[in-house]
Design a protein around this ligand. Structure first.
Ligand SMILES: *Cc1c(COP(=O)(O)O)cnc(C)c1O
Length: 357
């Protein structure tokens, strides 16, 4: 198999072990003589998988009993409307730190008074706004903890006078989280915890059932809770790989170890960006993401961006093109991205500097 360094933003690199176990399960799942995609989701073998997956979520994130963990379809994008559908009676507040946050905000506008407390759109979302006020009469305050496109991240669990809701699509399981500070956390699995097709939701159960509107059955969190996320057919294969990915996280030492691993990896790459005169980071230093590292070429070398792209590609780097709204480069270095890949990219930048400066 060709050896590459996978920096894709999502879907993205997963632990090899998880992929290999999934390949085995595609052939013979749990000794059933059937593929994991051929068994009934009502079988005892599958029920055991669901239970194990939920148990891993609870153990790794230390999720308290009064929070429910759901595995749904529709992607994080579906949560943009499900959150206000279920939790916004009159007013909700949003922090706009990128286009995902903006899309979430747009949906809330359809349900009542949506307040944008601050935005960093003026500088292409290259920083996290500070010093804003959260309205105390809002039903909740919505944040996006990691801004996948711009490489900024809220790396701590903030205080909020109202229920805090977070889209953690691209940094869930990258560090320990104090779940109690949030009312609801959601995200698509395909950035840090598995393949596309499954969406996780962690919700404090007592927040539900307070809005007066009709909620369509499939969009009502309360439909999925008593059914253990199997009101209808769950995305079985995605859940299987997610479970294997979490087993790997646990084996690696859990979330404290992951955080250290991510901090070390990010430091390697940011240090090179800061040292190398041909490159410059685009995100404000204090808000730099540990998951998505965005950088461009410095002014005198602007016209060399394509050369570098080619140079890096020849050396096995995949997925380092920046999002079209930011340009330049983006290396997504999620949990499963090995430190060797970071070292290879750093070397590539150093070599390119030697040859071109
Ligand atoms: C990728 C991403 C989304 C969209 O996820 P889908 O599962 O594709 O709907 C939402 N929010 C953030 C922060 C993302 O990175």
């Amino acid at each position: 198999m060709k050896k590459v360094h996978n920096f894709n933003a999502g879907p993205c690199v997963l632990p090899r072990e998880a992929v290999n176990t999934a390949i085995e399960a595609l052939t013979d799942f749990a000794g059933t003589g059937m593929s994991v995609i051929e068994v009934s989701h009502r079988s005892k073998e599958w029920e055991a998988q669901m239970a194990e997956c939920e148990a891993l979520w609870r153990e790794l994130l230390e999720i308290p009993e009064n929070y429910k963990v759901l595995f749904l379809g529709g992607g994080a994008s579906m949560q943009f409307c499900m959150v206000p559908f279920n939790l916004m009676e009159k007013k909700a507040a949003y922090l706009e730190t990128g286009v995902w946050a903006k899309k979430a905000f747009k949906e809330a506008k359809g349900f009542g008074e949506a307040v944008k407390v601050a935005t960093s759109e003026d500088k292409i979302y290259s920083y996290i706004p500070k010093g804003y006020e959260i309205p105390k009469d809002a039903d909740y305050f919505h944040i996006t903890t990691n801004n996948t496109i711009y490489g900024t991240e809220i790396k701590y669990d903030m205080d909020s006078p109202v229920t805090l809701i977070a889209d953690m699509s691209s940094d869930i399981m990258s560090r320990p989280v104090n779940i109690k500070k949030y009312g609801l956390i959601y995200g698509g699995a395909q950035k840090n915890v598995g393949p596309a097709g499954v969406t996780f939701v962690i919700v404090r159960e007592d927040l539900l059932g307070k809005v007066t509107r009709y909620i369509p059955t499939m969009l009502d969190y309360r439909t999925h809770i008593p059914e253990g996320s199997m009101f209808n057919t769950p995305p079985v294969f995605s859940i299987f790989v997610m479970k294997e990915t979490l087993k790997w996280v646990k084996k690696m030492g859990g979330l404290k170890a992951m955080q250290k691993h991510n901090e070390d990896k990010a430091a390697l790459l940011y240090n090179e960006i800061d040292r190398n005169s041909m490159f410059v980071g685009t995100a404000a230093k204090e808000d730099r993401s540990l998951m998505n590292v965005c950088f461009v070429m410095t002014e005198p070398y602007k016209d060399k961006e394509e050369d570098f792209m080619k140079f890096a590609k020849e050396r096995g780097m995949v997925g380092i093109k920046g999002h079209r709204s930011v340009g330049g480069f983006r290396a997504s270095i999620y949990n499963a991205c090995p430190v060797d890949s970071i070292k290879a990219l750093v070397e590539c930048m150093q070599e390119f500097e030697k040859l071109n400066k």
